[in-house]
Design a protein around this ligand. Structure first.
Ligand SMILES: C[S@@+](CC[C@H](N)C(=O)[O-])C[C@H]1O[C@@H](n2cnc3c(N)ncnc32)[C@H](O)[C@@H]1O
Length: 228
């Protein structure tokens, strides 16, 4: 499993320069105007929910990647600590945002214990890459990283409707996918799709006061707190 999780880091490092095409629906992710409009509307919905919590002082962002959500977090927090295992992702994030409010740290989240507590923890499109047998330890670390009453927010992928997809990721069993880069390289990664009700249940069992919801087609998000 260790090599496999390193492989997942290697995949994101190799994908870093083309990663934003996925989020902005460009290149091979361009499925036409109607699809993009719907996608953007659902991104807006998740973003509005994120901002509805008001300002936070210290925010921890896990697996921030190229900074798509870091850019939102610096609008709502005094300081953002952004922690990712991929130097290539961290370099793009830093170059894009050029913000003194962000502190970058390189860390492997499967070998990570927080050394302090934050007012908020955020992660985008990360939970789906946490293998089932690592979920408990990961959520325990997130809980330790939050101050009592601190906010947890995350957004992730909804199970895709394969009949509507042009770019298909070959499913290799229930929690693995094969991913292809623009240059043809192939990588195997973890990808787990959660249903909101089941996810809410899991998160509450791990001690969060939280609710997960789905947008119409593309995303799920969870918004809640560590109890005081
Ligand atoms: C799907 S991307 C999400 C990026 C960003 N949060 C977003 O929503 O655009 C997954 C991120 O997880 C990072 N990552 C992969 N394995 C990791 C690990 N073991 N520890 C820390 N970060 C990891 C990758 O480098 C990548 O930036």
């Amino acid at each position: 499993m260790k090599d496999f999780l390193q492989h997942q880091i290697d995949y994101y490092s190799a994908r870093a320069p083309e990663y934003d095409d996925w989020f902005y629906r460009r290149g091979r992710y361009d499925h036409g105007a109607a699809h993009k409009k719907q996608w953007q509307q659902e991104v807006r919905q998740a973003r509005e929910q994120l901002h509805s919590g008001g300002r936070q002082r210290q925010i921890l962002e896990l697996a921030p990647g190229t900074g798509i959500w870091t850019a939102e977090l610096i609008k709502m927090g005094e300081r953002v600590t952004a922690l990712d295992a991929s130097p290539a992702m961290l370099a793009i994030n830093r170059a894009k945002l050029r913000s003194d409010a962000v502190e970058y740290q390189r860390a492997d989240l499967f070998n990570w214990q927080p050394s302090r507590q934050y007012d908020m923890v955020f992660f985008g499109f990360w939970l789906s890459h946490v293998p089932a047998d690592k979920l408990e330890a990961f959520l325990g670390a997130v809980r330790s990283a939050l101050k009592p009453g601190g906010r947890l927010f995350f957004v992730d992928s909804q199970r895709p409707d394969l009949s509507q997809q042009r770019v298909r990721n070959a499913n290799l069993g229930e929690d693995r996918q094969e991913r292809l880069l623009n240059d043809g390289r192939r990588f195997e990664i973890v990808k787990i799709y959660y249903e909101p009700a089941a996810l809410t249940e899991i998160l509450r069992r791990h001690g969060f006061e939280i609710e997960a919801r789905a947008t119409a087609r593309f995303f799920i998000y969870a918004d809640g707190r560590k109890p005081r």
